[in-house]
Ligand binder design. Sequence first.
Ligand SMILES: [Zn+2]
Length: 280
Amino acid sequence: MFNSIAVSTVLYASHVWSHHYLLLIEQIQTAFIKRLFLLERQVANYAIRIETGCLPLEFNVIKQTLNFVIRILSQEGRIAKLIFKALVTSSENDKDKYNWTLNFKSILTRGNASHLWKCFDAGEFITAKAGILETITVELKNKDIQRASESLKYNYCVELTDLNRLISIKNCSINRIRIVAQTRMNYSKFRYKDKSHVLNIDESCCFCNINTNEDLFHFLFECTIHNTSRNIFISKFTNANRDNFQKILLNITTEDVLKIFNYVVCSLQRRSVFLNLMNY
Ligand SMILES: [Zn+2]
């Protein structure tokens, strides 16, 4: 529904106007996904795209641009084709960023098709289109993976495949998937039933006597006040440690999603009760 209504509206004629506003446009997709999973605004956009298997909206703009040029070049003798040729010719000495054809030139370069610059045969572009789009798809995906691999917080994303992405979790309610999404990406913040829960990651946990900060690992696998819930719901993950727990949470079945959901919700509720008692 997002693609058919929101994306098609936002990207209307985007092949003409949007090449200088791609970063701005990108926020529309990532903001939507963050709202869907109740994630924090600070969650990295590349992590969102890897978890959901989405390409940046830039890809749609590139595809529309190629189709637009093919349409122009198919119309022999029409004024649009004459203008296109004139702009391509003048771009030789033209550093004007508003010469639209320079955007097209950049797409050809990225798509390993520089040899098609100054080609005015629509047939050549129809033949090359799939290859150009495939090359740019790989480039965009690699860019996100590269950024994830350099991140301390989201380097688990490098391990994601089509089998264990967030978007691959099937037969689960949106509330359950949201909790898993927040566990993976929000790191220390949860939102459930309109209530926010923030772990005190910078302070020693006040609920147990382990004397360590209440970070996500502590909350999930260490804090003794959640031992009962832990034994009931997530005893399967007993080999989790600080270095591997994010990766362990990737290979989960539908049944595991329910267990993680139950553990997190029960533990957050217990935590809230304790906090309320301590405030009295
Ligand atoms: Zn604790």
